[in-house]
Design a binder for this molecule. Structure first.
Ligand SMILES: [Zn+2]
Length: 92
C-alpha cells in the first residue's frame, strides 16, 4: 500500500515543533525579560517559551526563575544588569 507509506513519512516530517514558529517571531519584540534569581541578571526568553510553563531557558542557554515583562522594557534591556550574550542574540 503506497498510500499508507507516503502518509507515514509526511506525518513524520510535519511534526517538528518550533521549526515554523521560530523564524517568524525573530523580528525583535518576540522576547520576554527573564531573570536569573541567583545573579539577578536580565536574560531574553523567547516569547513562545515564556508563554508556556516553566522551566524557562533564555536564548543564551541560562535557565531563568522569573519572566517579567518585555525584553525591550525596564526589566530587560532597560535594567542595569543585562546578560551580554542575550543582548547580542536578542536585540530589541
Ligand atoms: Zn542571557
Amino acid at each position: 500500500m503506497p498510500d499508507l507509506a507516503l502518509r507515514g513519512e509526511v506525518g513524520h516530517r510535519g511534526v517538528r515543533p518550533g521549526r515554523e514558529t521560530g523564524p517568524v517571531t525573530s523580528a525583535g519584540s518576540g522576547h520576554a525579560a527573564g531573570r536569573d534569581q541567583e545573579s539577578s541578571t536580565a536574560h531574553a526568553v523567547p516569547r513562545e517559551a515564556a508563554d508556556g510553563p516553566p522551566p524557562w531557558v533564555a536564548v543564551c542557554g541560562t535557565p531563568v526563575a522569573v519572566v517579567q515583562g518585555a525584553w525591550g522594557g525596564r526589566r530587560g534591556l532597560g535594567s542595569g544588569d543585562v546578560c551580554p550574550r542575550c543582548r547580542e542574540l536578542a536585540p530589541a
